[in-house]
Design a protein around this ligand. Sequence first.
Ligand SMILES: Cc1ncc(COP(=O)(O)O)c(C=O)c1O
Length: 400
Amino acid sequence: MAFLADTLSRVKPSATIAVSQKARELKAQGRDVIGLGAGEPDFDTPDNIKEAAIAAIKRGETKYTPVSGIPELREAISRKSKRENGLDYTPAQTIVGTGGKQILFNALMATLNAGDEVIIPAPYWVSYPEMVAICGGTPVFVETTLANDFKLTAEDLERAITPKSKWIIFNSPSNPSGAAYSESELKAITDVLMRHEHLWILTDDMYEHLVYGDFTFTTPAQIEPALYDRTLTMNGVSKAYAMTGWRIGYAGGPLNLIKAMDMIQGQQTSGACSVAQWAAVEALNGPQDFIPRNKEIFQHRRDLVVSMLNQANGLTCPTPEGAFYVYPSCAGLIGKTAPSGNVIRTDEDFVTELLETEGVAVVHGSAFGLGPNFRISYATSDAALEEACTRIQRFCGNCK
Ligand SMILES: Cc1ncc(COP(=O)(O)O)c(C=O)c1O
């Protein structure tokens, strides 16, 4: 009898973590490495949020909390959903988890049976297919194209839906492409979803606040209120408030689904960290001026990176609407010979050669289900980004 569960044979380790690990190893060997692999803001958590956590510790908020979260945070989520998204979720219809990751996982765990299909547009966040597989479901990928700015078309979505489809995981702005759906683009998608009443929508709105220029964020149940009864709207404080380490995510949705997720969580981790929950109350209820300030910084970096990458031989980089990622195509370099003498056959070869030759760590697109591309996280300083893009330009120029 095998000791490890069969499930593990269906699960891959995270490529984004592997890249960060490789970059750390090279740095430890004394190499000058610029890491553009990490998916977290380089800013510190705002002081008012830290102060709220310190005050919570001093008040003795150090005990177990209710599984679905402290009432104050569920109330804050309910108000935030109304204020920013026009969605009515009572506090009882909300749940707080240990990061957005746990929310997604518990939603899938609470609903998937063997053979249930989950539609995942590609490129996708690395954890979606693995979570679906762990929970016994079958991921069904729908590839998008660079020509369509990595956005799902209504026709492709329609073709992917079968009687076994249980969920679609919808992520806008997207990790890894940064693509965000405008109101009319989202309407085309929700029109298809309206015709398939058995299909539920798991919308991952984690990057909601990171959209640039005059782009307006919208979420499926807001665009099509008739989808409200079969939508789980997931969000969190990790990216918008630079709180990745605090591990607070949340969702609003139909009561029976929230109760099922509560049951799973109750046997798993129970309530999220009490102190972090109080910090999240302040994040959602407190001053929001941090968000526009950071958006401006991110937008400037996005423009810098897109412009420099488009000047590199063989790269094509669309300008995404949001998140802090770009997803350039390296199709123009496939088949060429890198300075090391190795032929670049895949996007994984491209990122490996780039790291070895120029010390720039990025993540290959095949890890996100669509290539030949690579993902750059621009959540780092202008100086590091300029230097990294200069090295990428030199690397591409030296590929023959
Ligand atoms: C698209 C997306 N969803 C969810 C998460 C998970 O967020 P958290 O750190 O709150 O678990 C991430 C984190 O990288 C993400 O990129």
